[in-house]
Ligand binder design. Structure first.
Ligand code: HDE
Length: 705
């Protein structure tokens, strides 16, 4: 079958360049005779100022960097397509949201706090930005992998970011929230309590970009042909499920492979394992705007899926890696202010603030107002207007007219309204109010949804949250800050506060700190800190725990620990079983190069203990053979097994290799699969590994290693 034409891909093609078979030239096309030597007065003499070839090269090199994004500097992108599968035309006239429409997209995932070269596995929110190249121009859904945000008003954003970024005097720590300034700010801003609970959960350390949910976060508006508005929340649901790693794993992955997420995304797309997400919407009729225990304009709140179900309406597939990281992933300019007919903003004060910031930052970062002409940012619906000039202008507009109205160009480009055509029209929402700098009273509850989130987690997930607070606050040096945060936790859940408090040797205060209250009361003079009744007490959708029958082994990496003399049959039986489930077997040994099988024949080993660690794999298998004896003498083998076990992974041992399980001091449990135990051991291994991690075993697996 022919690949369907992707208009964005076609557009990008004209910009692709390739140096194969070409003579080297300067940027002006002058052929370069010698690319090794600067022009000198004599072989041992001084350089000459007339060396235009050298200056051409060095002038460009000296300007190769552009300012990194002030937040979300570290990221990875991919091209894809969004297909709308359901009919929601009664709510929106947006062309790309009409059933059957296919729209090219470019997606960029990112961390927030770290610099461009920081580790992928930092504890952090992940950005989830989608640029839809629609028939009606570009629509950017610039969201996160967490459905709420730290603050309610854009005015606080620079302060939040200054607090989380490295401290200004010594520029430490990199890509980490575990330091005084961040928690100082957070403990004085109880409105961050809900978001912080998510950030302390495993959502902030995903297994893969491909296994994260995405959220538009704010409430937006859909607008239909008749001009009627409906509030909407956007959700991306990954087909591979939502999964995370353990914090101890994350820290080690950062050392072994700080490009873990970037590489995982790239390699899977190259291998044809195209990641997919379903687009879901929660629709809220305008009449219901004020119906809930929270304000739908408050970005620190979510709408539980049990209250308004998420309707799945379309699917996004990422199917192509960028050709060039800088030209595409670095230069892509997202902007929540880019909306298309059929979509409008809500009055969420955080969203309203974002509309200015992104355009402004792109102008600075990409060097002027023509960043929309960069290939990755160009709309497929070609622009036509009277804007002209500016840095880096690329199009060459013909003629003498660049104003409107005009008669000389027959009034072109014309406005849609003059010709009875549809253009972008804002939702005609009535607005009437005094000019104020004030926070709505309906934004005053800060803790109820934080409690809802905590109480919706499984015991193992709650344990991880408790440990994360403990870790972060242990890195805070000022005891007052720790105590202030404990007072907030105590408002949310007494047990949570008691456990974190006991880990930190603090008795959680029963009331909010005086300084915190002073700040809160600036916005809400009658603030009590009392919780409200949330619509539901628990929301299953907020937990990441894999439900029975839900898991998959697709695209997972399984480590096979082998040595010379390993049984090929023992390797192959397991290999074909996991490959049938879409997983990949990676053979790891003490040394690289050709390794002999017991049955004869060799295999090239590309991965060794020097470069690999268990934290880079999802499950571990030890095949049988003469290799078992060698493994028993290999300390790196035991470290690998024990670490995988501690991180609640499934480990399997073929007949004859079970002695290695004993020597590793593993306690036998449902995640330790021995061939000697049962005939169906391979399918048990596969089924258990599909659950991702066996977090419930974490306490019993706490062996010394
Ligand atoms: Fe951003 N944010 N943000 N943000 N944000 C940026 O834009 C900003 C917020 C998000 O992959 C910047 O191009 C303000 C919420 C993502 O290129 C900047 C406020 C959410 C990305 C900016 C917020 C986000 C950014 C930095 C408070 C989730 C990466 C560079 C009002 C819904 C986009 C840039 C990419 C990037 C400002 C809050 C998500 C400075 C002022 C809430 C995914 O413009």
């Amino acid at each position: 079958m022919n690949k369907p034409i992707n208009p964005k891909e076609e557009q990008m093609k004209q910009y692709l360049s390739d140096n194969t078979g070409k003579i080297m030239t300067t940027n002006d096309g002058v052929p370069v005779f010698d690319n090794n030597n600067t022009l000198r007065a004599g072989e041992r003499g001084p350089a000459l100022q007339q060396d235009h070839i050298y200056f051409d090269k060095m002038m460009h090199f000296d300007r190769e960097r552009i300012p990194e994004r002030v937040v979300h500097a570290r990221g990875s992108g991919a091209h894809g397509v969004f297909e709308m599968n359901e009919d929601i035309s009664q709510y929106t006239s947006a062309k790309f949201l009409q059933k059957g429409t296919k729209t090219p997209v470019f997606v960029r995932f990112s961390t927030v706090a770290g610099f461009k070269g920081s580790t992928d596995l930092a504890r952090d929110v992940r950005g989830f930005s989608v640029k839809f190249y629609t028939e009606d121009g570009n629509y950017d859904l610039v969201g996160n992998n967490i459905p709420v945000f730290f603050i309610q008003d854009a005015m606080n954003f620079p302060d939040l970011i200054h607090a989380v970024k490295p401290e200004p005097n010594r520029e430490i720590p990199q890509a980490a929230s575990a330091h005084d300034t961040f928690w100082d700010f957070i403990s004085l801003m109880p409105e961050s309590a809900h978001m912080i609970m998510w950030a302390m959960s495993d959502r902030a350390i995903p297994r893969s970009y491909r296994m994260m949910e995405g959220f538009g976060v704010h409430t937006f508006k859909l607008v239909n042909r008749e001009g009627k508005g409906t509030f909407v929340k956007f959700h991306w649901k990954p087909k591979l499920g939502v999964h995370s790693v353990a914090w101890n794993e994350a820290q080690k992955i950062s050392g072994f492979n700080s490009d873990f997420h970037r590489q995982d995304l790239w390699e899977n797309i190259e291998a044809g394992n195209f990641p997919q997400w379903d687009l879901g919407v929660q629709l809220i009729p305008e009449e219901d705007e004020l119906k809930y225990s929270f304000d739908i304009l408050d970005a620190t709140k979510l709408i539980p899926e049990e209250v308004i179900p998420v309707q799945i309406v379309g699917t996004m597939t990422l199917n192509k890696n960028p050709e060039n990281f800088f030209a595409e992933t670095e230069q892509v300019a997202f902007d929540p202010g880019r909306v298309v007919p059929g979509i409008d903003f809500s009055n969420d004060p955080l969203l309203q603030g974002r509309i200015l910031s992104y355009m402004d930052t792109q102008n600075y970062r990409l060097g002027g107002p023509n960043f929309h002409e960069l290939p990755i940012n160009q709309s497929i619906n070609k622009k036509s207007n009277n804007q002209k000039d500016g840095f880096g202008r690329m199009d060459v507009l013909k003629g003498d007219v660049s104003y409107f109205p005009n008669s000389k160009a027959s009034g072109c480009p014309y406005q849609a309204m003059l010709n009875g055509e549809e253009g972008y029209q804002s939702h005609k929402e009535p607005v009437d109010g005094k000019k104020v700098r004030a926070r709505s009273e309906s934004f005053a509850d800060h803790f109820s949804q934080a409690r809802l989130f905590f109480r919706s987690q499984t015991t193992a997930e709650q344990e991880h949250i408790i440990n994360a607070y403990t870790f972060e606050l242990s890195k805070v040096n000022d005891p007052k800050i720790r105590e202030r945060e404990l007072a907030i936790l105590n408002k949310i859940d007494k047990e949570l506060a008691a456990k974190v408090g006991s880990n930190l040797n603090i008795v959680p205060p029963t009331e909010l700190d005086e300084l915190t209250l002073k700040f809160v009361k600036q916005n809400h003079p009658n603030y009590t800190g009392n919780l409200v009744n949330t619509e539901v007490e628990k929301s299953e959708a907020l937990s990441m725990a894999v439900k029975p029958g839900e898991g998959t082994l697709k695209t997972r990496q399984i480590a096979f620990l082998v040595e010379e003399g390993v049984s090929k049959a023992s390797v192959d039986t397991m290999k074909s079983a996991i490959e049938a489930e879409g997983a990949k077997a990676v053979l790891i040994s003490g040394k690289p190069g050709y390794m002999k099988f017991a049955e004869g024949g060799t295999q090239n080993i590309e991965h060794t203990y020097r470069t690999e660690a268990s934290v880079l794999y999802d499950a571990v298998y030890t095949p049988t053979g003469q290799s078992v004896e060698k493994l028993a003498q290999t300390p790196e083998y035991f470290q690998f097994i024990q670490e995988a076990y501690k991180h609640c992974k499934v480990v399997a041992f073929a007949d004859g290799a079970e002695t290695l399980a004993e020597k590793s001091h593993l306690q036998k449990d449902e995640g330790v699969i021995l061939q000697t135990d049962n005939a169906g051991w391979i399918s048990t291994f596969v089924e258990k590994a599909k659950q991702h991690r066996l977090w419930d075993l974490e306490k019993s697996r706490n062996i010394p290693s």
